[in-house]
Design a protein around this ligand. Structure first.
Ligand code: COA
Length: 571
């Protein structure tokens, strides 16, 4: 019996691959198991190769894994794409006879043939239910909990009508029955339900950002839809109005950030969600928000770039843009999420930091996190610290941009007695009157940057995994972290001396933490899913540390295997 199983399902976009994987993952989570999912799908609405992978285990899962143990192939293309990864011990479940797959015998690979197309099309007269036949077969083969799956199927399709629900339940039963009557199981993979005492919820990265915003007190969200960020808006459109909030779909990204800035000026906690091309468009207003000292949050879900690039794939290549994009000198804060929990908690942090420092905070997520679902402990909302902006409380002589010791000056709300001011993008005086002199530009630039001069001490968000010295230290941010965590664990089991630093604040670069960490290790390795080594460049520029870079840039995330091999090579 294998304790840790990775299942991959592949087929054509439109064949219901994603629904199938999602239901299996959710039923596993309901059965008390840990799950972590990932998916890739084409940019087209129908056609092209779609893949859903999930890892299920009785123990905490750190990453999506190296490869799969069970592969369910819906069509020939999916088989061709994945056949190179079929190794001895792997199980292949495929559509046949009647499908278009003719697998070659591969030594040690266990093959189960299930006529998914024939049963759905000929026996049930419902070709779209092919995926449910496959689902029924998989449930029977590997002991997934059937009853909770039936409930998920009912919930999923009830909006499509009773007939659709019934035919899909029938398809599920038919797939299971086919296996019982025709297949002799010879593999070792069984899913074993666990008793879980943990109070948990299942969220995707995008949903977690939405929930984080809600908990942080966000009451205004405006965006222009863009893959892979749109689900943040979908989630908030459903829940924010219930908390008396507003969601607006703007005509473009420039307008959406304009809305957010206006809402913030009016006193609301406000956010937009976008991806690289959208953040490009927002950069002028990003500078405006920093200049006018208005708290705003931008969730940027990175995809492969440049230009429209790889809309449904992942990269860590918007860091330069987030940290440096825009004209002129202006401060901003950039946080990077690496897990679903990060998506939730860092979104709250982003609002807290924006409110405290009165400036734009960008939270970087990415396509892999956006589409991943994971089971996380239910957050205890009562223990979460919420920060609100400092509001002007006087009754005259108000100076919106008063130069204080911290650089932070109290804000007034529109209509507040004695609190009138103009939030302007022009350089200005303490009272917000336009001023272009050398003296004012110098004073106000220094005031704006002063606000975050000590941010690393005030917001310590680097996790140091290790104690004492090590042969190799890995600095890892964002999506790469999950595979690094698993690789570090494996290397330690193998007796290697490895430590890791996981910064969540990526700009301003946490120089002190990085220097301290680097002084305890012989070599510093930094893996990133981008060509230029964007964080490595920033660290070199700000902390002056010598780094070994390890970059991939194909649109996929690192596997733990890749990181483990690199650590061994470096040692
Ligand atoms: N019976 C009835 N309906 C079924 C079904 C069944 N057995 N199985 C699946 N479906 C429905 C699903 O409910 C879904 O419809 P919905 O959207 O109304 O809910 C639809 O068929 C697609 O199934 P799903 O499992 O969600 O996806 P898939 O694996 O077939 O892949 C996608 C389709 C996701 C690849 C494609 O639809 C898509 O969205 N592509 C990405 C487009 C994009 O974002 N492009 C980027 C632009 S920049």
């Amino acid at each position: 019996m294998a304790k840790d199983i990775v299942v991959r399902i592949g087929g054509e976009g439109g064949e219901g691959v994603i629904s199938t994987g999602d239901m299996l993952a959710r039923s596993s989570a309901r059965a008390g198991l840990e799950v972590l999912t990932s998916k890739t799908f084409p940019a087209e609405i129908k056609g092209g190769y779609a893949m859903y992978q999930f890892r299920v285990s009785a123990e905490k899962i750190l990453s999506h894994g190296d490869t799969f143990n069970i592969f369910v192939a819906f069509n020939k293309e999916a088989y061709e794409v994945n056949k190179g990864q079929l190794r001895p011990g792997t199980v292949l479940v495929y559509d046949g006879p009647g499908g278009d797959i003719e697998p070659e015998p591969i030594e040690g690979v266990i093959q189960y043939q299930v006529p998914m197309t024939r049963i759905s099309k000929v026996d049930l007269g419902s070709p779209i239910s092919k995926n449910m036949v496959a689902l029924g077969a998989v449930v029977e083969l590997f002991s997934f909990p059937m009853e909770s799956l039936k409930e998920l199927v009912r919930n999923k399709f009830k909006r499509k009508g009773e007939d659709v629900v019934n035919v899909n339940i029938k398809a599920l039963d038919s797939g299971a029955e086919y296996v019982r009557s025709n297949i002799r199981k010879t593999d070792i993979f069984y899913v074993q339900p666990q008793k879980s005492g943990q109070d948990s919820i299942i969220l995707s990265g995008n949903e977690a950002i939405g929930l984080g915003a809600l908990v942080a007190g966000c009451s205004f969200f405006s965006c222009y839809p863009i893959t892979p960020a749109t689900e943040i808006a979908n989630w908030l459109a459903k829940y924010l109005p219930k908390a008396n909030g507003v969601v607006v779909q703007a005509e473009d990204e420039i307008a959406s950030l304009g809305h957010v800035i206006g809402a913030s000026y009016a006193g609301a906690k406000a956010m937009t969600g976008t991806s690289g091309p959208g953040l490009d468009l927002m950069t002028e207003l990003l500078g405006f928000a920093s200049m006018a000292e208005l708290p705003i949050v931008i969730a940027n879900v990175q995809r492969g770039g440049p230009s429209t690039g790889l809309p449904t794939k992942s990269e860590q290549s918007d860091l330069f843009l987030a940290a440096r994009g825009g004209h002129g000198d202006f401060p901003r804060i950039v946080l990077a999420a690496a897990t679903i929990e990060d998506c939730f908690y860092l979104t709250i942090d982003a609002f807290n930091l924006a409110e405290k420092y009165q400036m734009p905070v960008i939270i970087l997520s990415d396509g892999s996190l956006a589409f991943r679902t994971e089971k996380i402990s239910r957050p205890d909302i009562s223990k979460i610290n919420i920060v609100n902006r400092e509001i002007y409380s006087g009754d005259g002589g108000y100076q919106r941009y008063e130069v204080t010791d911290s650089g932070i000056s109290p804000m007034s709300l529109p209509g507040q007695s004695g609190g009138r001011y103009i939030a302007t993008g022009l350089e200005h005086s303490e009272t917000a009157a336009p001023k272009y002199s050398d003296e004012y530009h110098t004073r106000m630039t220094e005031k704006r940057f002063k606000k975050i001069a000590n941010i690393e001490d005030e917001y310590s968000a680097s996790e140091w995994d290790g104690n004492g010295s090590a042969d190799v230290g890995i600095i890892s941010w964002g999506l790469t972290q999950c595979s690094v965590r698993e690789a570090v664990k494996r290397c330690r089991v193998a007796g290697l001396s490895v430590s890791a630093l996981y910064p969540k604040l990526v700009f301003p670069v946490p120089v002190k933490a990085i220097r301290r960490f680097a002084s305890t290790v012989k070599k510093v390795l930094i893996p990133e899913v981008n060509y230029q080594g964007q964080f490595a460049e920033l660290i070199t520029a700000h902390a002056g540390i010598k780094l070994i870079r390890y970059n991939i840039y194909g649109g996929e995330t690192f596997t733990p295997d890749q990181i483990e091999s690199k650590i061994k090579e470096v040692i």
